[in-house]
Design a protein around this ligand. Structure first.
Ligand code: CA2
Length: 149
């Protein structure tokens, strides 16, 4: 299966509309377009989704396993710092590769943003590249899945 999921957590639907000094002026639709182009360049199909609900993200992980999706790129947003359920979901679908991405440089921000539970279950984490981090994450995932054959 040559398809990946690009998943987005709570409030990311507001990208480009609120707090542009932190997250920039690009909207989630712009991010989706960037991801679609990057996936095409790497010969991947993509399903791009956003939800404000933790359990929905967990369900999408299970769906990825059932549908034999090649991997997941996820910006868990605020669930990064709170969700053991998401960490358990990454472990429950192992060895399916998961890449964690953050638009902002979380390690230069408030201390509470620096503890990521999901990090224990992901293959790699990117932060601080702005929305370009999504493209880098997809490129990295493409390499990983290619290496696996
Ligand atoms: O930098 C990132 O991508 C974050 O995952 C974004 C989360 C934040 O809680 C993480 O610490 C870092 C926040 C996403 C909320 O996005 C908004 C976008 C526009 C306006 C308000 C919130």
């Amino acid at each position: 299966m040559n398809k990946i999921f690009v998943l987005n957590g709570p409030n990311l639907n507001l990208l480009g509309i609120r707090e542009p000094h932190i997250y920039g002026h690009t909207t989630l639709k712009d991010v989706e377009n960037l991801c679609a182009k990057t996936c095409k360049d790497h010969g991947l199909e993509m399903d791009f989704r956003q939800t404000n609900h933790e359990g929905v993200l967990v369900d999408w992980f299970h769906e990825a396993r059932e549908k034999k999706i090649a991997g997941i790129v996820i910006n868990p947003a605020a669930y990064t710092m709170t969700s053991v359920a998401l960490l358990d979901a990454t472990k429950s679908i192992s060895p399916l590769p998961v890449i964690e991405i953050h638009i902002s440089h979380v390690h230069q921000r408030e201390e509470f943003r620096q503890k990521s539970w999901i990090s224990y279950g992901v293959k790699a984490t990117l932060c601080g590249f702005g929305i370009h981090g999504y493209a880098l994450a997809i490129a990295g995932l493409a390499e990983m899945t290619k290496a696996k054959g």
